[in-house]
Design a binder for this molecule. Sequence first.
Ligand code: MLT
Length: 409
Amino acid sequence: MTYINDHYLKLTAGYLFPEIGRRVTAFCDKNPSANVIRLGIGDVTEPLAPVVIQAMHTAVDELATRSSFRGYGPEQGYDFLREAIAKHDYQARGAKVDADEIFVSDGSKCDSGNILDIFGENNVIAVLDPVYPVYVDTNVMAGHTGPADASGRYSGLVYLPVTAENDFVPELPRQRVDLIYLCYPNNPTGVVATKEMLKRWVEYAKQNGSVIFYDAAYEAYITDPAIPHSIYEIDGARDVAIEFRSFSKTAGFTGVRCAFTVIPKGLKGKTRDGKEVEIHPLWNRRHCTKFNGVSYPVQRGAAAIYSPEGKRQVRETIDFYLTNAKIIHGALTKLGLKVYGGVNAPYVWLKTPGNLSSWDFFDKLLQEAHLVGTPGSGFGACGEGYFRLSAFNSRANVEEAVQRFAKII
Ligand code: MLT
């Protein structure tokens, strides 16, 4: 028989969100009349901005005639999109990122997993705990860890706790690490990183020859002008960081699929025998070999959000979700719960009432209030006793959800 990748057998459970989906489906099968409100997975609910729809329609029409038809596009993305990203997302904020340092892709989840292809096997890897599970699971799949312990932590990874006790600010690793995953605004806790925090990480990475994987998928939700949107707003970050961004939560593209990764030219790693090598050409090689680019209509749709009207329309939807977050945050605080995040992020993170475990609270909410959230322990051992609610839903559902909370807390 053929050998399989044994590392997959180390994975402790199904991927978190399908597991939640399985439990909710089982509940709905047994209770077909229950009106279940889902504040679990961070999936957008509001329609695409009109400018996006218009740009996609126009692009589809272009494909209908021979003279404007396009086949394969550039694997890295069309210039019109890469240039718009560089100008509006980076240069406008004083961050030096050029269009040819941007790789357009079909998702940040994919990119943050795929990036491991171009890094070696012996790197020491640090993640926050709780953490977006993709960072951990993709390292397990790649054979970068040993087995999991009873709490679900894998040997070989360096876990940096972020809980209410340290105000969700991780300590720098006590040992030297090679790769560091940071996600701000944070999924799942909804907290943000100040400039000072990011400066400390950049300094650490410089001193230790580490690379930071900076996931900024939720940057559009930052409302505080003092909070950086990109790690490249920090001096020196170009030498130590790769940034992942997405149109999913910024412009409602979770089903449409478009994202990008920035690999600054000059960012370096080393070979086994100590020779310095640029990372950018390695990722370019990987991207061109394993990916054929995002479809033309989707890239046109993404580029449309950078027009003045596009910016306004997208902002309106983000503000809508942020108001949902505010409603959830305010209502749960009034009920006496300890509530975090939800101000510069679409996620509200709370301490479960009565010291319930995260999954017990999940079951209570589902059974008694027909509400779905995400158990904090699904994001890591330090997430136990916490719970995440997503602000992605209609206003009516959010208002109904907080009333149901009031009945069971
Ligand atoms: C989440 O709910 O954490 C996100 O939807 C996951 C993702 O973006 O992949």
